[in-house]
Ligand binder design. Structure first.
Ligand code: CP
Length: 304
């Protein structure tokens, strides 16, 4: 694994390797192989979990961290992302985490940069969020052992979700029984390209589900303001304790990548009870999974 751009282009072996290393970091059995290396966080879109957990992960690995401030950088004078990254490499940066609103931009820049700096996609537009899918997978394995033939239902704003795409790519590699639930206007346009079962009806979608992953309604990516209507969306798709208890498996795991819109896609009472705690554990696991990603990309085996 030379970079982490999407899930489609990494192997099952790479994924399991990251999961195992993350577990060793979490249980204190592994030490850093990347002490003294330097990471730049290049976030052109807002973030709490991804940005902070990569920073904490790097610091736990005794790396140096640069919080690149795009607004005060020479990008504002017209410098390209390629030139910026090549300069960072010569300043001593070994890896960059990039979050950007443009789908595919990280892959494009990677093709242009001539020097062996490592790239990690921290979420690009509606394309991919691979480290999120890896931490979600880690959390599922921790909670339910494995995902093979388990019913995993993703509910919400699927059409705008890089998290859904990366999760589907990963869970498909491990033969999960994947279900998607959204109103038609928030569903993938090319649904037939994905090996999933699609539902409009949330009760049918979560019936017997082992995992219910709720997605945020991404208002900032909707072209028309006030669409979808939040009242109607809540009435038809909000996940709450009653719905989970009535339809999902008894030991269902509730997940959400965050940030959550309380009382729109998920009820506040569910977020604050014991079932909702898994969502915070997801964020916590993100630190160990991101330690494993950095250690794998920058450790001696993968050194450039
Ligand atoms: N899940 C996720 O990507 O959250 P942030 O936008 O806060 O990083």
């Amino acid at each position: 694994m030379k970079h982490l751009i999407d899930i489609e282009n990494i192997s099952k072996e790479d994924i399991l390797n990251i999961i195992n290393i993350a577990k060793e970091f979490k249980t204190g059995k592994k030490c850093s192989d990347v002490t003294g290396k330097t990471l730049a966080l290049m976030f052109y879109e807002n973030s709490t979990r991804t940005r902070c957990s990569f920073e904490i992960a790097a610091k736990k690995l005794s790396m140096n961290v640069i919080n690149f401030d795009a607004g005060h950088s020479s990008l504002s004078k017209g410098e390209s992302l390629k030139d910026t990254i090549e300069n960072l490499y010569f300043l001593g940066v070994n890896a960059v985490i990039i979050r950007h609103s443009l789908s595919g931009i990280i892959n494009n820049v990677l093709q242009l940069v001539k020097y062996p700096i490592k790239f990690v996609n921290g979420g690009d537009g509606t394309h991919a969020h691979p480290s999120q899918a890896l931490l979600d997978f880690y959390t599922m394995i921790e909670k339910i052992g494995n995902v093979e033939n388990k019913k995993i239902t993703i509910v919400g704003d699927v059409s705008h979700s890089r998290v859904a795409k990366s999760n589907i790519a990963l869970l498909s590699k491990f033969s999960a029984d994947i279900h998607l639930c959204a109103p038609t206007y928030l569903q993938f346009e090319n649904i037939e390209a994905f090996k999933v079962q699609y539902h409009n009806d949330v009760k049918e979608a979560i019936d017997g589900a082992n995992v219910v992953m709720v997605l945020r309604v991404q208002n900032e990516r909707h072209e028309k303001e006030g669409y979808p209507d939040s009242g109607e969306y809540k009435r038809l798709y909000e996940i709450d304790s009653k719905l989970l208890k009535q339809y999902a498996a008894d030991d269902v795991i509730l997940m959400h990548p965050g940030p959550a819109n309380r009382n729109i896609e998920v009820s506040s009472e569910l977020l604050d009870n014991q079932v909702g705690k898994t969502i915070l554990e997801q964020a916590q696991n993100g630190v160990f999974v991101r330690m494993a990603i950095l250690n794998t990309l920058l450790g001696d085996r993968n050194a450039s």
